[in-house]
Design a protein around this ligand. Structure first.
Ligand code: IPM
Ligand code: MG
Length: 364
């Protein structure tokens, strides 16, 4: 297996956490005799500062010439007053649309060891295992027209979907549900929005091709509550771009930390992999960041772009094992580090590498 991975580490804690993800991937590749080559390009705030644009053309070209892209995070406080199209986030949105992946897979699962970090009671989250399928290229994020007219004091965005856009992402979600617990929850706001009515009608049509999967519909406001009350009832959750953005952050509560959650975007020319957490400028460069979300994102690269399921599973098992053994980054140890060994970013990465090496050696 030969895989060319472009790393766009971006801003804040992005470089620190992607370094650890890359090191874990290298370790796994070496053990299995696979060749992974890594190249780095700028995106986000660092690209604004260096190249004058959040998404340099050479980053897009390198991304399109690679087999997978691993993104760290984008954003920083110094860019907060810029208009949306000049901000670091615009670089990420531009990259997403250049790569064309429309289905953003965001797993949210409970780690038993991190249950104490969740404000939800352990018996509520124990065993929760949700896969969000977030539509990534449509809706308010990309709809035209959009404008803030400072003269009139008005601003508008457009939520727009075509049937074809809903069909393609719904198919991905149903296919994934077929391989999981065969339940699909489609989230919309069909009691108010036409886009949601199109969404719901289309999902019902697509469902006819997947008779083995049970389909239910939820309004997004009710879903926000159900996720906290009974997260175990959900398997695959399909939703549009903005609702998916919001609900996936909310689901960080189930996991105990947003720092643990990976994501993969599929369906386009090149898959894009990014942890769900942001750039966390307050702790950047201090070795305090939790690299496990990025490391688990690396596992998704192996699963979805390399077909290396056993290796992906070994990385995931290693993360669980490291937590079981009581190792924590400061965000996970919180104010109660008693009984835990608190590790910095690099030490946590090294611990996962050591563990994955043992696991893979044992399985050979
Ligand atoms: C995410 C982030 C991005 C989004 C931002 C950084 C543009 O919040 O990936 O969830 O809104 O999609
Ligand atoms: Mg988000």
């Amino acid at each position: 297996m030969n895989l060319k991975i472009l790393v766009t580490a971006g801003d804040g804690i992005g470089p620190e956490v992607t370094n650890e993800a890359v090191a874990v991937l290298q370790e796994v590749a070496q053990i299995g005799g696979h060749t992974l080559t890594f190249e780095a390009k700028r995106i986000g705030g660092i690209a604004i500062t260096t190249d004058g644009t959040p998404l340099p053309a050479e980053t897009v070209a390198a991304a399109l010439a690679s087999d997978a892209v691993l993104l760290g995070a984008v954003g920083g406080n110094e860019f907060n007053s810029l208009p949306p199209d000049k901000r670091p986030e615009a670089g990420l949105l531009g990259l997403r649309s250049a790569l064309g992946g429309f289905a953003n897979l965001r797993p949210a699962f409970a780690f038993k060891e991190l249950a104490v970090n969740s404000p939800l009671r352990p018996e509520i989250i124990d065993g929760a295992d949700i896969l969000f399928v977030r539509e990534l290229l449509g809706g308010l994020y990309f709809g035209q027209p959009r404008e803030w007219n400072k003269t009139t004091g008005e601003a508008w965005n457009t939520m727009r979907y075509t049937k074809a856009e809903v069909v393609r992402v719904a198919k991905v979600a149903f296919e994934l549900a077929q391989k999981r617990r065969k339940k699909l929850t489609s989230v919309d706001k069909a009691n108010v929005l036409e886009t949601s009515q199109l969404w719901r009608a289309t999902v019902i049509e697509v469902a006819a091709e997947f008779p083995g999967v049970t389909l239910e519909h939820q309004y997004v406001d009710a879903m926000a509550m159900h996720l906290m009350n009974r997260p175990r009832d959900f398997d695959v959750v399909l939703t549009e771009n903005l609702f998916g953005d919001i609900l996936s952050d909310e689901s960080g509560v189930i996991t105990g930390s947003l720092g643990m959650l990976p994501s993969a975007t599929v369906g386009g020319k090149v898959n894009l992999y990014e942890p769900i957490h942001g750039s966390a400028p307050d702790i950047a460069g201090k070795s305090l960041a939790n690299p496990l979300g990025a490391i688990l994102t690396g596992a998704l690269i192996l699963r979805h772009s390399a077909g290396l399921e056993a290796e992906a599973a070994a990385i995931e098992a290693s993360v669980r094992k490291v937590l079981e053994q009581g190792f924590r980054t400061p965000d996970l140890a919180r104010t109660n580090p008693q009984g835990f060994t608190v590790l910095n970013t690099q030490q946590m990465g090294a611990k996962v590498r050591e563990t994955v090496k043992q696991l893979l050696a044992a399985s050979c």
